[in-house]
Design a protein around this ligand. Structure first.
Ligand code: ZN
Length: 247
């Protein structure tokens, strides 16, 4: 039985039998992992507060070939979820981020960049004066990029011309970006300002992004674009995302 040790973020847990819990977490070494924590519901459990949602932990577990559920050995808390869980807006943003991870990340597929991006976003959420909505948009943009569904906003997919900085573009129903000459009348209009936000998100850390002045002005349009891309990638908009995207 191979044993794995890695950093992980707890996304959610649910009860199993009398004393156990099923833990859904996103790990640095193997992506989405579901595991059983034996005895986790007992008053004096060896897991302590380590299984609270959004706790950053070091986790050890056993894997059995052909079994989706791993078996948890133990956890060490790296960062408690207390600061996040006690802030209503941060909690709502994290619920949104968790829903995206659950939808986009396949089980047992390593995506270390996605993991580190999520940790950085969680750190940004507890910083003073950081806009939570900007972090949500940042996270969604990166999730789309790391899932291979974020189009290149710097070039026209049809005539391959590099778009200039102040140029608006169009998003086709195939979710490709085109210049206004190549795009169709019915395509979604993407302003130069939104293209710039998408590029900025891919260049800077979440904390830096959330402190830029451009976000609020483009927020509505940027989120409409992200929603369109998420919907297209998942072929639906899950209810959890729909409610949260009404932000
Ligand atoms: Zn073109």
């Amino acid at each position: 039985m191979p044993s794995v040790e890695t950093r992980a973020i707890i996304l959610r847990t649910y009860n199993l039998a009398e004393a156990d819990k099923v833990v859904v977490c996103f790990t640095e070494a193997s992506g989405m992992v579901r595991g059983v924590a034996r005895g986790a519901r007992r008053l004096k459990s060896r897991y302590g507060a380590g299984l609270e949602p959004w706790t950053l932990i070091r986790i050890a577990y056993f894997e059995k070939e052909g079994r989706e559920l791993v078996s948890l050995k133990g956890v060490d808390i790296e960062r408690s979820s207390f600061a996040l869980a006690t802030d209503a807006e941060a909690s709502a943003t994290l619920a949104y981020m968790s829903a995206l991870v659950l939808e986009f990340m396949p089980p047992h597929e390593k995506n270390a960049l996605m993991f580190r991006m999520m940790v950085a976003c969680m750190e940004a959420l507890v910083e003073e004066g950081v806009g939570k909505a900007a972090i949500a948009s940042y996270f969604e943009t990166w999730t789309l990029r790391l899932s291979g569904v974020l189009p290149d906003v710097s070039v026209c997919a049809q005539c391959h011309r590099q778009l200039t900085e102040g140029e608006a573009a169009k998003l086709g129903i195939d979710t490709q970006i085109r210049c206004t000459d190549c795009g169709r009348e019915s395509d979604m209009k993407i302003s130069a300002a939104v293209r710039k936000q998408i590029q900025l998100i891919q260049r800077v850390a979440p904390c830096t992004y959330a402190q830029t002045s451009g976000y609020e002005k483009t927020r509505e349009e940027l989120n409409a674009l992200l929603k369109r891309l998420t919907h297209k990638a998942l072929e639906r908009l899950p209810r959890a995302l729909e409610t949260l995207q009404a932000r």
